[in-house]
Design a protein around this ligand. Structure first.
Ligand code: NOJ
Length: 562
């Protein structure tokens, strides 16, 4: 099938988590005027699109993912006028903006919920999911919240429980109610009419729950158990997304990316196939779960390169002609890429560039998370007091109560905690890394004197300039955007290698994932052909050699020209 050419396939997206990006008024919290100050920096980097994490009114139980007014800007971030200026300034620089759409749930301080909880007859009652307790008065089912504890909270006023897959301040909307759906579509059009360029949709595959909300199987007799099978990719999800497409999106030339924990390749094809008219792409999680054991993200497990390669290849091949991939290795919910998959010590620069090469040379739309472009790393605060994230704090409290030693929990948090990604962007080597003139809402990573944007911009060999080049190459080479994908070296213990091809241009990508010096070779069919080096993270002298040794974390992209 002939592939369609779309701007969002040819774009590189940059995610801004506003709270941690840049503070313009010294209250310690990043804000919209702070984003405007950095648009020239993003222009220099060369990105096409900004994904803005939520900037709406919110009591900030989950840093803006608990929205109390979808049509207003959070006071700490600025005003609607600031937001309008930001959109204009971004557009003037040729940068698009997509907004975060958080409609699986609202805040419990949203006007709809305040009404809904008042009485069983309230007009807004069915905007949310209310149930009676079981016979013995316990919660309606045994599902566990993503942020620990039950998904149900009891409300005294009406004597019923409401469902919240996340914190108790994030009640789930009832998508079975057509009025709720209309409210959401109206709100989407309101933002689209303001000129935004699309949406990133928060846990959008959670909106259709299995009717009856049954207990999840619980052979071990636990109090709460993961209930994912009952709300991920639920029975009406395709109907809802298609309806959303028809009623909110179809009239606009925008991009959509759905965040979808628990999605597999076959489902992702259904969500992203153009004929289905649902979404452009999804964020899948399989590669984010390879270093987790059966108990979930805090159950740490060493990553095997083979698992990572097999997974990436599975998604590349699975969506190659049918759907479209998003490409990401970190975001505001995940540890920093270089700490997790590379070496954030001796080979920080080399390994960050190698991982970036891997990602940006694959087929799909790449997403860069703020600070990734100059190699920001995980942080290890000594005390739990220094952590801010609700997921981390709830887990710590619950596990401490169960008697898990503090050191064990701190280690898990250092490896997997979401605050790894949420420390302020390190702009320069001045106090608080130039993020704020006040006291930052979360401490700065102490390595800011070495790792910061200003130093990276000043150094021609930096990670920053390497990203610039990767982005530029994507804009110039259709083979990177539209080329076929084939894995080379399927069983190698240290190297990931793959081939892209489009209209006669072949790219061969070699990536050394460790600090050893493995040998690699061009596939036989190319040894006689002309070649050049499209990009590499070391100086390569012997381009003509068909066999070569890769240095620690080396990345090479050969271009075969005839
Ligand atoms: C996914 C978001 O990325 C995360 O930050 C948030 O906590 C949950 N969804 C709930 O909205």
């Amino acid at each position: 099938m002939e592939q369609s050419k779309r701007w969002w396939k040819e774009s590189v997206v940059y995610q801004i988590y506003p709270r941690s990006f840049n503070d313009s008024n010294n209250d310690g919290i990043g804000d919209i005027p702070g984003i405007i100050e950095k648009l020239d920096y993003l222009k220099k980097l060369g990105v096409d699109v900004i994904w803005l994490s939520p900037v709406y009114q919110s009591p900030n139980d989950d840093n803006g993912y608990d929205i109390s007014d979808y049509r207003d800007i959070m006071d700490e971030f600025g005003t609607m006028t600031d937001w309008e200026t930001m959109l204009k300034e971004a557009h003037d620089r040729g940068i698009k903006i997509i907004m975060d759409l958080v409609v699986n749930h609202t805040s419990d301080e949203h006007a709809w919920f305040l009404e809904s909880r008042k009485s069983k007859n309230n007009d807004y009652r069915d905007y949310y999911i209310w149930r009676k307790g079981k016979q013995d008065g316990s919660e309606p089912n045994n599902w566990e919240s993503a942020f620990s504890g039950s998904v149900w909270d009891y409300d005294e006023t009406t004597g019923e429980y409401y469902l919240h897959l996340f914190s108790k301040k994030q009640p789930d909307l009832n998508w079975e109610n057509p009025i709720v759906r209309s409210e959401v579509y109206d709100m989407m059009r309101w933002w689209l009419d303001k000129g935004i360029d699309g949406f990133r949709m928060d846990v959008i595959n959670f909106i259709s729950k299995v009717p009856g909300l049954p207990d999840a199987p619980n052979p071990q007799g636990k109090k709460y158990v993961p209930g994912g099978d009952y709300f991920m990719n639920g029975p009406r999800i395709h109907e809802f997304l298609h309806e959303m497409h028809q009623r909110a999106l179809a009239d606009y030339d925008v991009m959509t990316v759905g965040e979808m924990p628990g999605v597999d390749v076959a489902e992702a094809v259904d969500y992203t196939k153009e004929d289905n008219q649902e979404l452009n792409m999804v964020f899948q999680f399989e590669h984010m779960d390879l270093d987790s054991g059966p108990e979930g993200k805090w159950d740490l497990k060493p990553l095997k390169l083979k698992d990572l390669r097999d997974n990436l290849v599975k998604w590349q091949k699975g969506l190659e002609n049918e759907g479209w991939n998003s490409l990401y290795m970190n975001n505001h919910d995940q540890p920093r890429m270089v700490s997790r998959f590379g070496d954030d010590g001796k080979y920080r620069v080399e390994s960050a560039k190698m991982l970036a090469t891997m990602l940006h040379m694959m087929k799909g739309t790449p997403f860069i998370y703020q600070g990734e472009e100059f190699g920001m790393t995980n942080v290890q605060f000594d005390s739990i007091e220094d952590y801010q994230d609700i997921e981390t704090l709830n887990m710590y409290r619950e596990k401490r109560a169960e008697g898990v030693p503090q050191e064990e929990l701190m280690h898990k948090i250092h490896v997997k905690g979401r605050d790894n990604a949420r420390t302020p962007v390190q702009w320069n080597d001045s106090s608080h890394a130039g993020f704020t003139g006040g006291t930052p809402w979360i401490q700065v990573n102490p390595n800011y004197q070495e790792v910061n944007a200003e130093a990276a911009v000043a150094e021609p060999q930096s990670i920053f300039h390497y990203y610039r080049k990767l982005i530029d190459l994507r804009h110039k080479h259709e083979s990177i955007v539209y080329g076929s994908f084939d894995s080379l070296y399927n069983d190698h213990e240290e190297i990931v290698a793959y081939q892209r091809e489009y209209q006669g241009e072949v790219l061969l990508v070699f990536l050394n994932f460790y600090d050893g010096q493995p040998k690699a070779a061009l596939p036989e069919e190319f040894v006689q052909k002309n070649r050049d080096m499209l990009i590499s993270n070391y100086q390569v002298e012997e381009i003509s050699a068909n066999e070569f040794t890769l240095r620690p974390y080396e990345a090479r992209v050969y271009r075969i020209t005839d």
